[in-house]
Design a protein around this ligand. Structure first.
Ligand code: DGY
Length: 321
């Protein structure tokens, strides 16, 4: 008898084909997110769960799935999973680190360039017929090159963002829970600074820390006030690390210049305050969303799940015993 796995969101054909070699697969190819009751009902007799950040995996859900051995998230972030509850039940939890670093770093850069040069605002103006001709002082942006890039969270993605800064002759500073290896610092020409100094000096402040109770509203009204009035804030990590209401106030009142956002509190329901602002670029959580990367993420999650269900150790195990 093959182990039974539930796949909660639409995945690629090759992901399903790989899973089917090892498991009996129930997949949600219609891609309508399950509500908590539907998820619990479907998970009941399963041995494995392959899920996404739209699925909340908490102790109540796990309690109703006594056979469950693995929760394989199709994401590097795993704040949707109660890791302690998985561990307490002897359930392996996995994520998809590595395969999305470069695509996510590229998107952070797209947000930096897009906010600095006002790309989405000006495209809207062109489409609306507001462009009547060239003028010297027209719709001026700010330079990315030679500016100071501040990275808050210097893990793999933060490092990939820093690496790209060399081509723009930027000064790179960072803050992290733990200082990174000095060889990494010198390879990236990145200087470790306090949170205070990072807020004060950054022209572009890019957030790249995971979301957790400790990082909830890490950037709120007080932090925004400590930034330069010309600074640009980029968040492509998780909604909730920024206090959206405080950010809207700051953008409205010129406390900072602009923001580039791929993630939001309560997404996909954005605070309507964002909509009236021209100095914010709003994207629908697409940091890792390239064809190649999403295929790689789905296959990484599938391999994690299959390893766990066939007696092995998943390559990306989050809670080793
Ligand atoms: C991740 O991997 O955490 C991304 O946010 C998913 O797109």
């Amino acid at each position: 008898m093959k182990p039974k796995i539930l796949v909660t969101r639409e995945v690629f054909d090759e992901t399903l084909a790989f899973l089917a070699q090892h498991c009996e697969v129930e997949s949600n190819q219609q891609d309508v997110a399950f509500d908590p009751d539907a998820l619990a009902r479907r998970l009941g007799g399963k041995d494995g769960l392959m899920c996404a950040l739209t699925d909340r995996v908490d102790s109540k859900l796990l309690a109703g799935a006594p056979n469950l051995k693995v929760v394989a998230n199709i994401a590097v972030g795993y704040n949707n999973i109660d890791l302690a509850a998985c561990t307490a039940r002897g359930i392996m939890a996995t994520n998809t680190p590595g395969v999305l670093d470069d695509s996510t770093a590229d998107l952070a850069w797209a947000l930096m360039l897009g906010t600095a040069r006002r790309l989405t605002e000006l495209e809207r103006r062109v489409r609306a017929g507001e462009w009547t001709g060239w003028r010297l002082k027209q719709w001026l942006g700010v330079d990315v090159h030679h500016a100071t890039l501040g990275i808050f969270g210097m893990g793999r993605i933060g490092q990939a963002i820093a690496k790209r800064a060399a081509g723009f002759d930027m000064t790179v500073i960072y803050h992290n829970r733990n200082r990174v290896d000095s060889r990494v610092e010198s390879r990236l020409a990145a200087a470790y600074v306090s949170k205070e100094e990072l807020l004060r000096r950054s022209d572009f402040l890019v957030l790249q820390m995971p979301y957790s109770p400790e990082t909830h509203h890490l950037i709120g009204a007080a932090e925004l006030k400590r930034m330069k009035p010309t600074a640009i804030l980029i968040n492509s990590t998780r909604g909730g690390v920024v206090d959206d209401a405080a950010l809207i106030e700051a953008l409205r009142n010129g406390v900072i210049r602009a923001a580039g956002l791929d993630v939001f509190e309560n997404e996909p329901k954005l605070d309507p305050g964002f909509m009236a602002l021209d100095n914010v670029v709003l994207l629908p959580h697409i940091g890792s969303s390239t064809e190649a990367t999403r295929r790689a993420m789905a296959m990484t999650a599938a391999k994690n799940a299959v390893a766990a269900l066939t007696g092995g150790t998943p390559p990306n195990l989050l809670n080793p015993r």
